[in-house]
Design a protein around this ligand. Structure first.
Ligand SMILES: [Zn+2]
Length: 839
């Protein structure tokens, strides 16, 4: 594939740059028929093509946004008239002022609206199997770069299109390689046995308020710091057997705190998409279906609270680039918005079934993409006016002195500093007081966004039919950052003397014999793990005294060498205290050797767990089924972590199947199938009996309970009427155990399933300790989000630690590191790992 691309690129540099005839089509350039059956361009080819377009056309400019997790160049292509691109800096300034019109007069904003262009941000292929848009992007860019008709020129005069053919290049490459490798075999078009983002897989569209991944960070920077677009379209694909394309309007529910002009822009564009698709003879176009307007985790969703009109399209999938044939009887509705497959007002022309191929996907996407460009051009002044109105309304929502205060002096000062830095990364304006407190003024363009992330959620219980059940949440229902991060942030009034906020780097002294690091912040793990690689450390099992004061259990004492090794890892807000020596009563601390179980089911929780453990310096080693089954695990590991996967999946490699369900999942090559089986279960049991520590996250606790016959059961498993969707619950923490050292008496835990433990008195060979429990009064359980039937888990245990043979078991019945968004409960995991090396 490389040779023709390089040759074409060489030819290009010789051609006259501004001459449209010299712009190669993607198929010519790549030496393949783009969009043909079983043909896909990989990300590197796509980038090479866009670079060639940039070189050949004055209407295209490639901008590298940063490196991906695996080191690819993440790019966007700015596509507009030559004059607009030449005037890019000024147009960006206009967009910035429209997004933040504070201090501008009416005359000034009127002039900005006359001068400004609509910035239309389009992201493709965040989900790597949803391959169509990455291919369509090349064809569309080529068409826009070469068009000579007046209408296209007018659109490019009024709009600056910011097109990202893939916002997960690593996964795009993995999936195209996997597809090419399996072409012509029975695995053609089947799923990969690993995640298509190195850490987070499909959850890369769940990272947009926490910004943990490089790709999310780079795109957020481009959107909220550089370009400030008014409109954002994210192009996806959905299943194969329903409608052909979803366009907005969205389904219920809608968050009442988003400005209604967001939905008016979105609905106008969505209507034009449907209009143009129908006109082109494309059937199966639906709106008001499945995809709702509530929850800020996804790309353009987060942007709704930042006054951006965010749209989604979802086109039916083929089997990657392999056509599928759907029989008419196989067509089905998707619940919300289309219960039975058939004609409705939101679905006036159902697709009748037949063959569906990559070309179809790209054609639908191209029409929808042209339609949004058309509406943005046609409504240029309106869309800029609306963006301005949204920003003004957001600023006016709160009083000029309304604010949040993030106190500097709090239990986890590093966590508090991290929250402030995250808000700043989001483009939020922060102020700092002389004592280090951070103030977040609410009367700013992103004030509603701030309020959304810093306060508790109450899910809108929308009903579509009187007397029937409410519309259930699409994803999680809570994202209250202070609770998830274990940090305090409270409503406050802006004091008079404030300075602009800036991150204050940690300054840790390293010249000394020993340093005491108080427990409580997840961030200490970075320092402890780095310290253990350069020196020695001790940990207090109970209150100890050193340097003339008392230190609580869990305090880590680093020697001078360890402190030198650790200091570079310090984050803002962190501190330690020089002491003359580590107290003798503290026990030596050893770095745990951590194994992380990885099923072949491409578990996102496995990826997130790996990410979190790596970020905090635990250097986990991956354990697949074969490695576990081989046994003798104690030789290499102190602790083994089972991510949140079901017991069926761990045992057999297959998900539990509902009776009568006909869902067919394509096979994987045999080396990527199976589970732990009997051998693996026996190996884990042997590991624990001989002194290892098994840490089970959420669902996997049920596997461990069964296989080790623990005196614990899931007491919520058969609870009638219980329901929950990613909510934040209150849990009371039991002190006096190494796993809970440093944690406050009450923590907010993230829960998304019916899981809470009952324990019974074990025999004398075993010790079991409840580490955390849900409150006794059901009304006290929910802190943020949505749940039903809290009595099913009230008073039950949320986490349990047991001794077993010479080893230990820790069952964490909540999502202790959910999507790397819950640092407040990371210490449960980290402490469990350190506990594995304790005597
Ligand atoms: Zn998707």
């Amino acid at each position: 594939m490389k040779t023709p691309a390089l040759a074409a690129a060489a030819v290009l540099t010789l051609a006259t740059a501004a001459h449209p005839a010299s712009v190669p089509s993607p198929s010519e350039f790549l030496g393949m028929t783009v969009g043909a059956d079983r043909t896909v361009a990989d990300y590197r080819q796509i980038l090479a093509y866009f670079k060639a377009l940039d070189a050949a056309s004055p209407r295209v400019e490639v901008e590298i946004l940063g490196k991906t997790t695996l080191g690819e160049d993440l790019f966007l292509a700015a596509i507009s008239s030559e004059a607009n691109l030449a005037n890019r800096k000024r147009l960006q300034e206009v967009a910035r002022k429209i997004a933040d019109p504070r201090g501008l007069t009416e005359a000034e904003t009127d002039a900005l609206i006359r001068e400004g262009k609509v910035f239309l941000f389009i992201t493709c292929n965040i989900h790597s199997t949803e391959i169509g848009a990455s291919q369509m992007a090349m064809e569309w860019a080529y068409a826009l770069a070469t068009a000579q008709d007046a209408e296209t020129k007018r659109r490019l005069d009024d709009v600056v299109l910011l097109l990202l053919p893939s916002i997960n290049p690593d996964g795009q490459i993995m999936e195209t390689e996997w597809y090419r490798k399996n072409l012509g075999t029975k695995y053609e078009g089947g799923r990969m046995p690993w995640l298509y983002h190195p850490y987070v897989g499909h959850d890369n569209n769940r990272d947009w308020f926490m910004l943990t991944q490089k790709e999310t960070q780079a795109v957020s920077r481009a959107v909220y710091h550089e370009w400030l677009p008014q409109v954002w379209l994210d192009e996806h694909q959905m299943g194969s057997t329903g409608p052909r394309i979803f366009t907005p309007p969205y389904a219920e529910p809608v968050d009442p705190d988003i400005h209604p002009l967001v939905w008016r822009d979105v609905n106008l564009i969505g209507a034009n998409m449907g209009f143009r698709l129908e006109q082109a003879g494309k059937s199966g176009v639906i709106y008001g279906y499945v995809f709702d307007a509530y929850w800020p985790g996804g790309t353009k969703n987060t942007a709704w609270w930042k006054n951006v009109s965010g749209l989604l399209t979802e086109v039916a999938s083929a089997r990657f680039a392999t056509p599928v044939r759907i029989e008419p009887n196989e067509l089905s509705g998707g619940g919300k918005g289309l219960v039975e497959y058939g004609t409705q007002t939101n679905f006036p022309n159902p697709w009748p079934g037949g063959t569906w191929r990559l070309r179809d996907i790209m054609d639908y996407e191209r029409i929808a993409s042209d339609a949004i460009l058309e509406t943005c051009a046609e409504r240029r002044a309106d869309f800029l006016k609306n963006a301005l109105a949204r920003a003004r309304a957001a600023i006016a929502t709160y009083g000029p002195r309304d604010a949040f205060r993030i106190p500097a002096d709090q239990r986890d000062a590093a966590g508090a500093a991290r929250l402030a830095a995250l808000l700043a990364e989001h483009g939020v304006e922060l102020m700092a007081a002389a004592n280090g407190d951070v103030y977040v003024p609410l009367a700013q363009p992103y004030g509603r966004f701030v309020n959304e992330l810093l306060t508790a959620q109450r899910y809108p219980e929308t009903k579509l039919v009187p007397g029937k059940d409410i519309v259930r949440p699409y994803d999680v229902s809570a994202w209250t950052l202070p609770l998830m991060m274990g940090v305090s942030a409270e409503r406050a009034t802006l004091p008079a003397a404030l300075a602009p906020w800036r991150a204050v780097p940690a300054q840790l002294a390293t010249d000394g014999a020993a340093f005491a690091l108080a427990p409580g912040s997840p961030e200490t793990a970075r320092l402890v793990n780095a310290g253990l690689r350069g020196g020695t450390a001790r940990v207090a099992q109970a209150t100890v005294s050193a340097g003339g004061r008392e230190w609580p259990a869990g305090t880590v004492f680093l020697d001078g060498a360890a402190a030198k090794a650790a200091a570079a890892k310090a984050v803002p807000g962190q501190s330690w205290t020089a002491v003359t020596a580590a107290p003798a009563a503290a026990e030596p601390l050893r770095a745990p050797r951590v194994g992380l179980y990885k099923p072949w089911a491409a578990s996102m929780d496995e990826g997130w767990t790996r990410f979190v453990l790596e970020q905090y310096g635990f250097e986990p080693k991956t354990l697949d089924n074969k490695a576990v089954r081989a046994g003798s695990l104690n030789a290499a590991f102190d602790a083994i972590v089972l991510p949140d996967v079901t017991k069926e999946l761990i045992a057999t490699g297959k998900p539990k199947r509902d009776e009568g369900a006909m869902k067919y999942s394509p096979e994987l090559p045999p080396e990527y199938t199976g589970g732990l089986d009997k051998e693996g279960a026996a190996a884990l049991k042997d590991f624990v009996e001989k002194g290892g520590t098994l840490v089970a996250l959420s669902s996997s606790a049920e596997y461990v309970i069964d296989e080790l016959a623990l005196p614990v059961r899931n007491g919520a498993a058969r609870a009638e009427g219980f329901a929950i969707a990613g909510s934040i619950l209150r849990a009371e923490v039991a002190s006096g155990h190494p796993v809970t050292d440093g944690l406050p008496g009450e923590v907010a835990v993230f829960q998304d399933e019916a899981l809470a433990f009952d324990t019974v008195l074990p025999g004398s060979e075993m010790d079991r300790r409840v580490l955390a429990s849900y409150p006794e009064a059901p009304a006290d359980v929910l802190l943020s989000g949505w749940m039903r039937g809290p009595e099913a888990i009230a008073r039950k245990a949320a986490a349990v630690a047991l001794t077993y043979g010479k080893g230990k078991v820790v069952l964490l019945g909540f999502r202790a590191q959910h999507r790397a968004q819950t640092p407040g409960t990371f210490p449960f995991v980290f402490n469990a790992l350190y506990w594995s090396t304790a005597k």
